[in-house]
Ligand binder design. Structure first.
Ligand code: SAH
Length: 396
C-alpha cells in the first residue's frame, strides 16, 4: 500500500475525524497509487492516521475510509459500513415503513462518495468519488446483503465526478427496468420516481419531512410552490386541505411528471391544483404586478452555490426570490424557504432572509428551523453534510 504523508501540522483535521484531505495538506506520496486506490495516511512525524481513497485529480486528494490504521479496506469493510448505515435507519421509528429512503448518506455514514436511495424494491446508487467508484462491486454486494434488494440502478452522472476524473456511469447493475413506472408512497401520497431520467437519483428524498409539514400548514390556504419539480410539496398541500395550490417549475418534463403524480392520487382534489411552466424569478415579478397574494409560499430552489466560491452570486439570487416571496404573502403568511447550497451556511442563509424581509418592507420572524429528513443525517465530524437548511418564516 502506498503511503500519503501529510505536511507538518496537517494531521489536525484527521484527529477531529474529518474525512477529507485537501491537496494543500499532502506532503508526498511514497509508492504508487492509482485513482481510487487505498493509501495509508501518515502525519509528517510518520504517525499512522488511517486509510483513505486516493484521488490524484481532485482538490480533495484523499478521503478517509477509516481512522483505524489497522482496518483493512476490503469487501468485509463495505459489508460492515453498509449494514451499519441500513441499521441506523431501521433504528429510527420515524423512518420505518418509508418506501422512499436514503440508505447511505456518503461521508455522514462513513462512506465518502457513496449515496444509495431506496425506492420500493429498487435501490439507486450514486458514486461520486474515485474511491467509491473503485469499490462499486463490493458496495452493490453489501447492499444486496443488507436489504435483500434484487434491483440496483446506478446514477453516477453527477457533475462532481468530473472533478475526480471520472466519466459518468449509469445503468442497471442488478435486475432490469420494468414496464410499469416505479413509485413510492410518501406520507399518504403516491409519487412516481424516474430513476433513469429524474434529478439526482430520481427524487428529492431529503425534503420528505418538510413536505409533510407543508401539508400540516395548508388547510384552507392559498399555496404557492416554487421550484415544484414533480410536485411533492404540492401534493402534500392538497392532501392537507389547501384551498388552492399553484406550482411553478421551469422544467417541462418535471411538470408532466407532477401532473401524472396528481393523477396517481385520485383522493386529492385535482381541481385545486394549477401548474405553470415558468422561470420563478419572472413569474414572481409578474404576480407582484398582478397583485396576487398567497397564504403560504414554498421556495425550494436548485443549488445556486455548489461551493463557497459561488456564494456571492448565489446570495444575491436567494435574496431576490425571498424579497419577492415576502412581498407576495398576505399579512401573517408563511414563507417556507430553503437553500441546498453547500456554499451557503446556516448563518449566512439566515442573514440573507433577514435582508430580504427588510428590503421587502416586511417584519418577519422565524417560527421553525428546517433541515433534511432523518435518513440524511449530518455526521458531527462532517459539517459539510448539512447542505439543506430551511426557515419557516411568518411575515407580518
Ligand atoms: N421541491 C422539489 C425539489 C426542487 S428541485 C421537491 O420536493 O421534489 C429544484 C427545481 O427547480 C427543479 O425541478 C428545476 O427544474 C427547477 N428550476 C431550476 N431553476 C429554475 C427557475 N429559474 N425557475 C423555475 N424552476 C427552476
Amino acid at each position: 500500500m502506498a503511503q500519503l504523508i501529510l505536511m507538518p501540522g496537517k494531521e489536525r483535521s484527521a484527529f477531529k475525524r474529518h474525512p477529507w484531505l485537501f491537496a494543500g495538506s499532502v506532503g508526498r506520496l511514497e509508492g504508487r497509487a492509482r485513482p481510487g486506490d487505498t493509501v495509508e495516511v501518515l502525519a509528517d512525524n510518520l504517525r499512522p492516521l488511517g486509510r483513505a481513497a486516493y484521488s490524484p485529480k481532485s482538490q480533495i486528494r484523499a478521503r478517509f475510509w477509516t481512522f483505524d490504521a489497522e482496518e483493512s479496506v476490503d469487501d468485509g469493510f463495505f459489508k460492515r459500513r453498509v449494514a451499519a448505515a441500513v441499521a441506523r435507519r431501521q433504528a429510527l421509528p420515524e423512518l420505518r415503513g418509508q418506501e422512499g429512503l436514503r440508505l447511505i448518506h456518503a461521508e455522514s455514514d462513513g462512506l465518502p462518495g457513496v449515496i444509495a436511495d431506496q425506492y420500493g424494491d429498487t435501490v439507486v446508487i450514486q458514486l461520486t468519488s474515485a474511491g467509491a467508484d473503485k469499490w462499486r462491486k463490493a458496495i452493490v454486494a453489501a447492499l444486496v446483503q443488507a436489504t435483500g434488494c434484487q434491483r440496483i440502478y446506478e446514477r453516477s452522472d453527477s457533475d462532481v465526478r468530473g472533478l475526480e476524473g471520472l466519466e459518468s456511469a449509469t445503468g442497471w447493475l442488478l435486475g432490469e427496468a420494468r414496464d410499469e413506472p416505479l413509485s413510492i408512497l410518501e406520507n399518504g401520497v403516491r409519487l412516481a420516481v424516474d430513476v433513469a431520467g429524474g434529478h439526482k437519483t430520481g427524487f428529492y428524498l431529503d425534503q420528505r419531512d418538510n413536505r409533510q409539514l407543508l401539508g400540516q400548514l395548508s388547510a384552507g390556504k392559498d399555496v404557492l410552490n416554487c421550484f415544484c419539480y414533480t410536485g411533492g410539496f404540492s401534493l402534500q398541500a392538497l392532501a392537507g386541505g389547501a384551498n388552492s395550490v399553484l406550482s411553478i417549475d421551469s422544467s417541462g418534463p418535471a411538470l408532466v411528471q407532477a401532473r401524472a403524480n396528481l393523477a396517481l392520487n385520485p383522493q386529492l382534489p385535482a381541481e385545486r391544483a394549477q401548474w405553470q411552466e415558468a422561470d420563478v424569478f419572472q413569474a414572481l415579478r409578474d404576480f407582484r404586478k398582478e397583485g396576487k397574494l398567497f397564504d403560504v409560499i414554498v421556495l425550494d430552489p436548485p443549488k445556486f452555490a455548489p461551493s463557497a466560491s459561488h456564494a456571492d452570486r448565489a446570495a444575491r439570487a436567494y435574496k431576490d426570490i425571498n424579497i419577492l416571496g415576502c412581498r407576495l404573502l398576505k399579512p401573517g403568511g408563511l414563507l417556507m424557504t430553503y437553500s441546498c447550497s453547500g456554499g451557503i451556511g446556516l448563518e449566512l442563509f439566515q442573514k440573507i432572509i433577514a435582508a430580504a424581509a427588510l428590503d421587502a418592507g416586511r417584519e418577519a420572524r422565524i417560527v421553525r428551523r428546517l433541515a433534511g429528513s432523518a435518513d440524511h443525517p449530518v455526521a458531527l465530524n462532517f459539517s459539510e453534510g448539512e447542505y439543506l437548511k430551511g426557515l419557516l418564516v411568518q411575515v407580518d
